[in-house]
Design a protein around this ligand. Structure first.
Ligand SMILES: [Zn+2]
Length: 238
């Protein structure tokens, strides 16, 4: 059975900026990556689309889905799901939480990627990380749907937020993504509604690449940073 990873994205473009490199890298290694987009970001993260004449909420959602599907295809996503839970504010019910628990138990991800714990600029992102981690813990609970196999303990990696310092986010994992940078950039360019972020996230990748190169002194040009929730358990310290 292939390795699997789960990416829980509040809005339909977040997974591209924040984890596109990790997704493409693991997909290229044969991992099956599932991306759950809990909302389209139709109200709060679609400003350019709203400037077009005659725009409606349904049209914005349709455009956003089209963009995210195109990006997912470029990155090699195995399964992308759109749950349409609304944004600004996102509505996260227990029904949705149990639905996410089912996803965990269905794919048994080896790795989970989601948002930072804090974000004073965006209330949906911290709500979603709490939701994704709550679902993970529920999927580990033996008393929840006891006939099913419980989830193990996949590590959780928190995406880089837009303003890391204000979000109390500090990377302790740097992933070199040189081999898949072209794919990440192509996926970024699928996000026509947020063109103002293309260069910004290219600079972020260069910055994390420079840091990644500095630490092991390897030649790395592009990177992604993550903050891990749990300690890394290792066999040796070397
Ligand atoms: Zn977002």
């Amino acid at each position: 059975m292939a390795n699997t990873a789960l990416v829980v994205s509040a809005h339909s473009a977040d997974f591209v900026w924040r984890a596109g490199g990790a997704i493409a890298l693991h997909a290229a290694k044969g991992w099956q990556v599932t991306v759950v987009c809990l909302s389209y970001g139709e109200r709060g993260e679609s400003a350019k689309l709203w400037r077009l004449p005659g725009m409606t909420l349904e049209r914005v959602k349709a455009e956003r889905e089209k963009e995210a599907r195109a990006a997912a295809e470029v990155l090699g996503v195995h399964d992308i799901q759109f749950w349409d839970l609304g944004d600004y504010p996102i509505t996260l019910t227990n029904d949705s939480l149990f639905r996410l628990v089912d996803v965990y138990r269905d794919i048994h991800p080896r790795s989970v990627l989601t948002h930072s714990k804090e974000d004073p600029y965006n209330r949906d992102h911290p709500a979603v990380t709490d939701f994704a981690q709550h679902a993970r813990i529920t999927a580990q609970a033996h008393g929840h749907n006891p006939h099913q196999k419980v989830l193990g303990a996949p590590p959780v990696f928190l995406f880089e937020p837009h303003q890391p310092e204000q979000c109390g986010w500090k990377p302790d994992v740097l992933l070199g993504i040189d081999g898949v940078w072209d794919r990440k950039r192509a996926a970024i360019e699928c996000m026509a509604g947020q063109e103002h972020l293309w260069e910004y996230y290219t600079r972020v990748a260069q910055q994390r690449g420079a840091q990644a190169a500095r630490n092991p002194e390897k030649a790395i040009k592009y990177g992604e940073g993550y903050q891990s929730v749990f300690p890394h358990v290792v066999e040796t310290l070397g």
